[in-house]
Design a protein around this ligand. Structure first.
Ligand code: HEM
Length: 423
């Protein structure tokens, strides 16, 4: 088989990472299920097969969801963390006894139980109850920006804003946000990184222990005195359930909310601002008519998928797209490529705000049983802040070089974004 262009993406080539989805085009039209020798996975690149894999969570398991090269390191890290004397002493003898296979790391039927918990905690009513707080947070950040309009938007705004929203819904103090950002960056450094060094693994153990100690204390406090936040809701639901999640599993669930909800949302927001800096007329359109903002967000999320793909583990031999996949193989579902499949989206590379039916079809939030449970929250958080930014400023412009992309084939967006907001 000829070498596919996408190998440059898996090799973390800077140029290729600027538009990763471009490098999946030929594979998508000629061979939608193909083999990457670099990533050691089957690459699924068209919408039909991507959605089929996402829906079949039994054949295509998420249990080894960090991919072929990282899975082993991850397991080793868990064992190390569990064996840490400090952890055992502070978190008790049960610490480290659960395999921590929760939500994205679990398959049905266990996954179905976890899912009930998180969906109830992130119910539309719960999200409505947080709206006022999200508005306050967005206002605070926009006011700060008005005072200091030249920023590295990624670090100074997007990361901090999205993590503050997550801290608020978890019921954690805002002073904790810098530490949460460090923990999330630590956990994320492992995803899509096939070359973890011993030092990185050691650093991850520290991250994991710091996170566990803090969150365990928060859980204990909420047990004594529930406060109506996401942690309290999950604990109440779990305590009332017939089959309960163990303490370590609850910690992993909160970890997934913190990690899954922050960098993805921050990347999405930064990519939107980068695009608006490149297309000032689009800023003006949104400023003149805020009802266009949700349509803009959907097209941005479709064409610039913040999560470019996901790993799945093949649990039994199966034919897919004319290829024979074997039990134990891994697949990479290319969400970014599926979102630009011309068989599903007319003129797929264009951001068309009048496109019909987009949200129902694009796969930036995954699909099937693991579909992101944070979609309503993220749409609300992004809409509020974009409305405030476009109302407050007349535009945004670059103040530095065009930004480099994150060094990751999984997370897609600018690594830094030096811009100035205009009055
Ligand atoms: C733009 C922002 C976001 C994007 C692009 C995104 C994307 C994704 C994707 C692609 C998945 C995997 C779906 C699959 O495997 O089929 C996922 C799962 C998940 N996301 Fe998000 N997410 C975002 C925001 C959030 C937020 C705000 C939260 C939390 C409040 C969150 C929590 C989770 C959790 C807990 C899972 C695991 C669900 C499961 O396995 O059942 N995400 N997300």
């Amino acid at each position: 088989m000829t070498t596919m262009e996408y190998e440059r993406v898996f090799s973390l080539d800077d140029e290729a990472l600027k538009c990763p989805y471009e490098h999946f085009k030929r594979a998508r039209s000629e061979c939608p299920v193909s083999r990457s020798e670099v990533a050691q996975v089957w690459v699924i690149s068209d919408h039909e097969h991507v959605t089929a894999v996402l829906k079949d969570a039994v054949t295509f398991s998420t249990k080894q969801m960090l991919g072929p090269q990282v899975a082993e390191e991850w397991q080793r890290m868990i064992d190390l963390a569990a064996a840490t004397p400090e952890g055992k002493e502070k978190l008790g003898p049960e610490y480290g006894t659960s395999p921590r296979k929760v939500l994205l790391f679990a398959d049905p039927p266990e996954h179905t139980r976890h899912r009930k918990l998180i969906m109830s905690a992130l119910s539309p009513a719960a999200i409505r109850s947080w709206e006022g707080r999200i508005r306050e947070t967005a206002q605070l950040f926009v006011d700060r920006l008005a005072e200091q309009p030249r920023v590295n938007f990624v670090e100074d705004f997007a990361n901090a804003y999205t993590m503050t929203v997550i801290a608020d819904i978890l019921g954690l103090p805002r002073e904790q946000v810098p530490q949460m950002l460090k923990w999330a960056a630590g956990f994320n450094s492992m995803v899509g990184n096939p070359n973890l060094t011993q030092e990185e693994v050691d650093a991850l153990v520290d991250v994991r222990l710091g996170f566990d100690l803090y969150f365990d204390e928060q859980v204990q406090q909420r047990r004594k005195e529930p406060t109506g936040d996401l942690i309290s809701r999950v604990i109440e639901l779990n305590d009332a359930a017939e089959e309960k999640l163990a303490r370590d599993d609850l910690l992993q669930l909160f970890q997934l909310v913190m990690v899954g909800g922050s960098d993805t949302s921050s990347t999405a927001l930064a990519k939107m601002i980068e695009y608006l800096a490149e297309n000032p007329e689009q800023w003006t359109e949104l400023r003149n008519d805020a009802s266009r903002i949700p349509l803009f967000m959907e097209e941005m999320l479709r064409t610039e998928s913040p999560v470019q793909g996901m790993f799945r583990y093949v649990t039994k031999d199966v034919e897919l797209g004319g290829q024979s996949l074997k039990q134990g193989d891994y697949v990479w579902v290319s969400l970014g490529a599926a979102n630009r499949d011309p068989k599903v989206f007319d003129d797929p590379d264009t951001k068309n705000l009048d496109r019909k039916g987009t949200p129902a079809k694009y796969v930036s939030f995954g699909g099937g049983p693991h579909t992101c449970p944070g979609t309503a929250l993220i749409r609300l958080g992004l809409r509020i802040v974009l409305e405030m930014l476009t109302a407050r400023f007349t535009g945004v412009r670059f103040t530095g070089e065009k930004p480099a992309s994150k060094k990751s084939f999984l997370f897609f967006g600018p690594a830094e974004l030096h811009v100035e907001f205009l009055n």
